[in-house]
Design a protein around this ligand. Structure first.
Ligand code: ATP
Length: 367
């Protein structure tokens, strides 16, 4: 065998109705998902949505209540965790404190009975790849958080696993290190092409790392798609919120003509575009989603969607982040390119194609 293999050995991972309940509470509703070999898929959702439950089911740490896990067509959900041979990287790195970096990375290969010379070669190669060559003789306690996380990643990669599971691996790192390790993970994934499932509640992390995202809401899939698909076409308000639509306004439909809808409340009247093939009618309650970047202060004579009072103004260099309140108490987040002070009366403008209208029940989720 050569060194560390540069491509995934996995054809596909398929989840068929994978679900998990704790007593009467269903933490994960039946999940169907096919992951191609070499693909990087992020499970994204707020705390408690079932991400860790899904990952632990995959790892074999938690039995399924129903459904199947298939690796290249072979069922593995009844296989014990250590026999699945998956790589695991969690937020607490779980390194052996009394072993050196080198010994930590070599541990799994040793347990597997790989010949000594081969262990040495593979460990050195992986340590070089994660840029820890100079630290190989140290103990975990002598390393920074980022370096420890790299050891945890090296330990997973060296086993050439068919699948790598990562659960919030960067959440214990400070902001600068998170960014650095994020590009490190991206680089390693590009180099090795390891099939990876990555759990996070951070949409920026998910968007920047993953080939595809699975957005979970209360144990159910809201939408599955590429970063661009989710960013451009969120299927429901929950996904929209994750994709930066900070303004989710509950409004009543005044008129609907085709996909174009006018919805209003006191002090706020918006024209937006209906998402999907949902049909809305006059008088119906809808949710209108708009990104703060798409709300601006109206120029003289420009059509306005709302009159509001600026309440919170934050300085962010060239633009100000403003939170304004309408007559009905709706909060609107917007960006201002000119001076605004708390208490100023401002008129707001939004382009109709930038406002997404979700009817009750939302649009159908992606496949
Ligand atoms: P976080 O980001 O906070 O870790 P998560 O999305 O990973 O959240 P899970 O840990 O998968 O969420 O939990 C999903 C739901 O299942 C939660 O409502 C949680 O309270 C519940 N849950 C998790 N473990 C158990 C358990 N052992 N017994 C009962 N309920 C549980």
């Amino acid at each position: 065998a050569g060194g560390v293999r540069a491509a995934s050995q996995l054809g596909e991972l398929r989840l068929r109705g994978m679900s998990r309940a704790y007593g009467a509470y269903t933490a994960l509703h039946p999940l169907d998902l096919t992951v191609r070999g070499g693909e990087f898929v992020a499970l994204l959702g707020p705390s408690g949505c079932g991400k860790t439950t899904a990952l632990n089911c995959l790892a074999g740490l938690l039995p399924l209540t129903a459904g199947e896990i298939l690796l290249d067509g072979k069922r593995v959900d009844t296989v014990p965790p250590e026999k699945r041979g998956f790589g695991m990287v969690f937020q607490n790195y779980a390194l052996f404190p009394h072993l050196t970096v080198r010994a930590n990375v070599a541990f799994g290969l040793k347990m597997r009975g790989v010949p000594k010379a081969e262990i040495q070669r593979r460990v050195e190669e992986v340590l070089r790849l994660v840029r820890l060559g100079e630290h190989a003789h140290k103990h975990p306690g002598q390393l920074s958080g980022g370096q420890q996380q790299r050891v945890a990643i090296a330990r997973a990669i060296v086993m050439e696993p068919p699948l790598v599971l990562m659960d919030e691996p960067l959440s214990n790192l400070d902001a600068a290190l998170r960014l650095e390790m994020r590009s490190e993970i991206r680089r390693l994934h590009q180099e090795f092409g390891l099939t990876t499932l990555y759990v996070t509640h951070d949409q920026e992390e998910a968007l920047s790392l993953a080939d595809r995202l699975v957005v979970l809401d209360a144990g159910r899939v809201s939408q599955i798609g590429t970063p661009a698909e989710l960013y451009e076409h969120p299927a429901d308000p929950h996904v929209a919120a994750f994709m930066g639509y900070r303004n989710l306004l509950a409004l009543e439909v005044v008129s609907a003509r085709g996909p174009e809808v006018v919805a209003a409340r006191r002090g706020l009247r918006l024209t937006g575009t209906v998402v999907g093939d949902a049909r809305v009618t006059q008088g119906q309650q809808v949710t209108v989603a708009i990104r703060p970047e798409d709300v601006r202060i109206a120029e003289e004579g420009e059509p306005r969607v709302a009159e509001a009072v600026a309440e919170i103004v934050e300085y962010h260099g060239r633009v100000l982040h403003v939170e304004a309140v309408t007559a009905d108490g709706d909060r609107v987040h917007l960006r201002a390119g000119r001076e605004v002070r708390p208490g100023d009366a401002i008129a707001l403008a939004v382009d109709a194609e930038r406002a997404l209208v979700f009817g009750a029940g939302g649009a159908p989720a992606g496949a």
